[in-house]
Design a protein around this ligand. Structure first.
Ligand code: 13P
Ligand code: ZN
Length: 285
C-alpha cells in the first residue's frame, strides 16, 4: 500500500490539520509523533526506502529500539501537512541501540522535529507505564495554557486544581493531573528528561511560556485531551479577566463525590483546602 493511502497516515494528517484549525500551530509551532503498529508498518513496507544514513537522536531510548514513528518535520508547518505531506511529515526507524534514527519515507529536504528527544523519551516512558497502549505524543502551542503560565504559580497542584475547577468533565478526562516544567531551552535533552519524568505520572505536561505535551492511546484521545485542557484554560482566563476571586466553584468534597460516581481516583494532593477564593495565589508562591 502507498504510505499516503494507509489509514494511520490519513488519521495522523487529519489530527495535524485539526490542530492547525484550532490555532495552536502558528508557523512551524508544535510537533506530532505516532508509534506505528507492526501490522501498519508491514502494510506500507514496499514503499519505504532503507538507507545507511543513521543520525544521532541526541538522547538514548533503548526501550524504543527497532520502533517506527510518524513525525512532523523540523521547521515544517502544520498548515501544510495535508497539502504537502511528503515534505511536512515522514516515517523514521529507531536503531537497535536506541541512539540513532533513519528516515524511510517523506521529510523531503527536512529532518524530524527538533523536539524529537522529548517525543521519544516521552514515548519510551509511556510505552513502559501503559504496557504499550499509548502511541501518540502531541506538542501544541495552546494559547490560553501559555497565558496562564505568566500568572499562576508554576506547580502541578495549582495548574491541576484550577483547570479541574473550570469544567466538571476535567477531573474525569485527566484524573492523574497535569505536570508543569519551568521555562527551559527547548529542543534538547534536558527538557526531554524533565518532561519524560512528569510523563511517568501524568498524561499532560505544560512547558512554561511555550506550550503543552499530551500523550494518549490514539489520535482522538490525545487530541481530545489537548482540547479539553486548553478549553478549561480558556475558561480560567475569562474568569480571571472578570474577577480576582471566584464567587463559587467546585469544592474538594464535590470532586470526591464526582470521583466515586465516575470511578476515577483523584490524588488528594490536588484537593487541598484553599486559604481563600483566589487562584492558588495564597496557597503557593
Ligand atoms: P519544530 O519545527 O522543530 O518541530 O519545532 C517547533 C516547536 O514547537 C519547537 O518547540
Ligand atoms: Zn514548541
Amino acid at each position: 500500500m502507498k504510505v499516503l493511502d494507509a489509514k494511520f497516515v490519513q488519521d495522523y494528517m487529519r489530527m495535524a490539520d485539526d490542530g492547525f484549525q484550532m490555532g495552536w500551530h502558528e508557523r512551524n509551532g508544535g510537533n506530532l509523533t505516532y508509534r506505528i503498529k507492526a501490522e501498519e508498518i508491514e502494510s506500507v513496507k514496499d514503499n519505504l526506502t532503507e538507507t545507511d544514513n543513521w543520525v544521532e537522536i541526541g538522547t538514548e531510548v533503548p526501550g524504543l529500539a527497532g520502533e517506527f514513528f510518524l513525525t512532523t518535520g523540523s521547521g515544517r508547518f502544520f498548515r501544510n501537512v495535508v497539502i504537502d505531506p511528503e515534505t511536512s511529515i515522514g516515517i523514521i526507524e529507531v536503531s537497535a541501540d536506541g541512539t540513532k534514527y533513519r528516515t524511510l519515507w517523506g521529510l523531503k529536504d527536512s529532518k524530524p522535529t527538533s523536539e524529537l528527544p522529548s517525543h521519544l523519551m516521552n514515548h519510551e516512558v509511556k510505552k513502559r507505564v501503559t504496557n504499550g497502549k499509548h502511541r501518540v505524543i502531541y506538542h501544541a502551542h495552546t494559547t490560553n495554557v501559555i497565558a496562564l503560565t505568566f500568572v499562576l504559580p508554576l506547580n502541578d497542584e495549582v495548574f491541576t486544581r484550577e483547570l479541574w475547577e473550570m469544567a466538571t468533565e476535567c477531573p474525569v478526562v485527566f484524573p492523574d493531573g497535569i505536570g508543569v516544567v519551568d521555562w527551559m531551552v527547548p529542543g534538547g535533552r534536558d527538557i526531554a528528561v524533565a518532561t519524560s519524568k512528569l510523563m511517568e505520572k501524568y498524561d499532560a505536561a505544560i512547558w512554561a511560556h511555550h506550550g503543552m505535551f499530551c500523550s494518549g492511546e490514539d489520535f482522538d484521545l490525545t487530541f481530545g485531551l489537548m482540547h479539553t485542557i486548553e478549553k478549561s484554560a480558556e475558561i480560567l482566563v475569562k474568569v480571571m479577566s472578570m474577577t480576582n476571586a471566584k464567587r463559587q466553584t467546585i469544592e474538594p468534597d464535590q470532586f470526591r463525590d464526582l470521583a466515586k460516581d465516575f470511578k476515577v481516583t483523584l490524588p488528594e494532593k490536588f484537593l487541598y483546602e484553599k486559604k481563600d477564593k483566589t487562584f492558588g495565589f495564597a496557597d503557593f508562591n
